[in-house]
Design a protein around this ligand. Sequence first.
Ligand code: ARG
Ligand code: ZN
Length: 881
Amino acid sequence: MTTQSPQTKYLKDYLTPAYLVDQVELDFYLSPTATQVASTLALRLNPDRNGVIEPLVLDGEHLQLVAVEVDGVSLEPADYQCDDVSLTIPAPPAQLTVHIITRIDPLNNTALEGLYQSNGIFCTQCEPEGFRKITYYPDRPDVLAPFRVRIEGEPADCPVLLSNGNLVDQGVLDDGRHFACWEDPFPKPSYLFALVAGNLVCLEDHFITLSERRVLLQIFVEERNRNDCDFAMESLKKAMKWEEQVYGLEYDLDRYMIVAVDDFNMGAMENKGLNVFNSKYVLARPETATDNDYLGIEAVIAHEYFHNWTGNRVTCRDWFQLSLKEGLTVLRDQQFSADMQSAAVKRIDDVALLRQYQFPEDAGPMAHPVRPESYVEINNFYTTTIYNKGAEVIRMLETLLGRERFVEGVRLYLKRHDGQAATCEDFVAALEQAGEVDLTRFRRWYTQAGTPEVQVVCHYDCATQTFTLDCQQSCPATPGQPDKEPFHLPLVMGLLGHDGTDLALQLASDEAPGGTSRVLELTQSRQQFSFVGVQEQPVLSLLRGFSAPVRLTMEDRPEDLAFRMAYDSDPFNRWEAGQQLSVAELLQLYRQQLEGQLSTGLSQVFVDAWGVVLTDNEADESLLARMLQLPSEQYLADQLDEVDPQRIRAVREQALRHLLSVHREKLLQCYDRYSSAGEYSLNPVAVGRRRLVHGCLSLLMLEPDELLQDRCLRHYQQAGNMTDRLAAFAALVDCRQSPLRDQVKEDFYRQWKHYPLLLDKWFSTLASGRHENTFFEIERLLLHPDFTLSNPNRARSLLGAFAQNLAVFHRQDGNGYRLLTEQIRRLDKRNPQVAARMATPLTRWKRLEPQRRALLREELVALQQENLSRDLYEIVNKSLV
Ligand code: ARG
Ligand code: ZN
């Protein structure tokens, strides 16, 4: 907790480290409440200081200092300074060995940063600044050193003792304790350090690399989870193979370890050779994990594995460069998943996610560039902008360079900076060179925040057979950035003829027509592109594959959108046309309601087009399932200046009921056609069918007669996998009047109360209920004996689901705001990182209609007066500016 207001750190203040570390030796003597850490550091003055001695400042927080020695001589308290955040030796020799003993308390470490215990398992989370909670150290990513680690513990509590790299020694001591020694030959920054010790079982497999080295693969879990690791292991092997095939990159150690723990602040962590995972991203079998869980595991396992090159072999110079490793690694995990599953659907899901979370962030008080210029608490900058927009920025580079040159550029970057701490600029420079392109303007993506807006007006001149696009771009102001320069935007496009086929494209500057898809490069605030030889009035398909993370406005006629929804050869744009059509329809209903007009309901064009999709027997089912889904409440809210979330829900529900009333028979047919049970498989067709079936079911269950309720109950009871079961469960939970509701609620709980990840789903499904009473249910669930704020997954499952349930969270009386704020207050005392993250929904008050805006602001102002963690302080204060 802070007494004075926390300081802001600036990128412009970056200085190289005063001392470098040549070798780290760590000796852990494990004990739940009093672990002793002895550290020996071989340090030397950074040669760039030209021999001018500087004080040696080591970071350290929440440490009990036991002893300090320099070159074998123990220091008296007068020889050094020690405060809450550092240990300083004022005038050390230019080369020295420092020996430090500290004591820490893993059991009572509720922030889950540094060394802590999860179900009795010792584990660490050091990124970004957790290592300083283990021992005094220059805890910054540009100090790289080889680590040797010795761990000593009780064999009964900790039969398994793990750290990074290679196991070089182990044994039993006279007093019955045992030890293990690990050596990591690759110099690494402290944030990649890991230690795990506990009672774990190990699942093993192996992988033969491109150069025929055998790598031992190990997944460590608690005994009860031993049968749930197969999918994670398969995903790991696929990721290893894929990275060799696509990027020509091999794993570099003889052993790759993954540990699953139940208490984890984030998804997973890429510590060198020893990944620590939130068990949510490891454990799966068909009865317990949904399709989305499986896809999440595949992606996160790959993500952490890919970090071995993009993050570990080449790391970040400072935390302002975080997107250098995260944006690039997200892009690579997206490419991998696209190759494993349906590429089109993967792209749609990624864009939907970007719009759901990143666009609002970029339009809100926490908006920041992909490479931020300042921060108060770096933990607050593990954002969707750094991760997902960061990935979009690199995806644009791929579009501009083409896959081949792009891969060449990435390889050049890795080769040039192997073993170093690099910057975003280093990355762009390597791509610029490999791609032989000018990325001067493109670099603005790293410095300017905000989502650019692109407006396009088209004109067809039938006399000259010329089709012209007039493009303009602008970008709204964001905190600290009132004016923006134009971005370099790749716009992938095509033209559709009247029969729906792609026309050959010829720009006025081309000699001959070539191809049916083009990348137009927009680099100025206004630019025109003219196509010649266009023999008929075409329909423009722009921003194919969502080739740039922008908001595009075109005056599309509804007929053209419906046409593209049916015929666009780019599957992303087929979906996108449908989304635009839906958004226009829903916003129209919203305005009618707002102005007290008589509702016209959905247009015939839209209702028909939707029905055509529903009965399309040819297209990929997973694409159809996406196309049938109306835009989310959050996405609709993002289109409005003054949001009334309850009205959004009402309007969306009205639309769903309209579609149901017209297409009920077709929905039933579709449900019947695909809801045949069979062996569970994750292939895209099976996933698509399930999604389609569940879409139909949830729509049908809006107006369920008894027959349908019974079917839904059977669907729930007879489900052969959790995807089916959970879909039926969610549908029944929303059946307020039905006695089945309490029956399945009870049944699900009884069946899974000993399986934490499914209990999480129980909480989140109940908290996602669409009915008004959901709020009171959430209040009761907070008192449920299985609810706890100590476990991040559990806290998120109830509070996160609640805050995303917009109509329930944004109750008119403000009680939703009070409830969340109260829980965040409590959470902040235990786990600031998670508390700050949960507070995100509170920061979006400016876009609400006046009454709710005032209520929510009041809560924030009250919070601002209190003694908050640095994490929460930053979020609350920035959102009130
Ligand atoms: N580097 C991890 C990843 O792969 C995330 C770690 C974030 N940790 C944190 N405390 N914010 O994405
Ligand atoms: Zn990552």
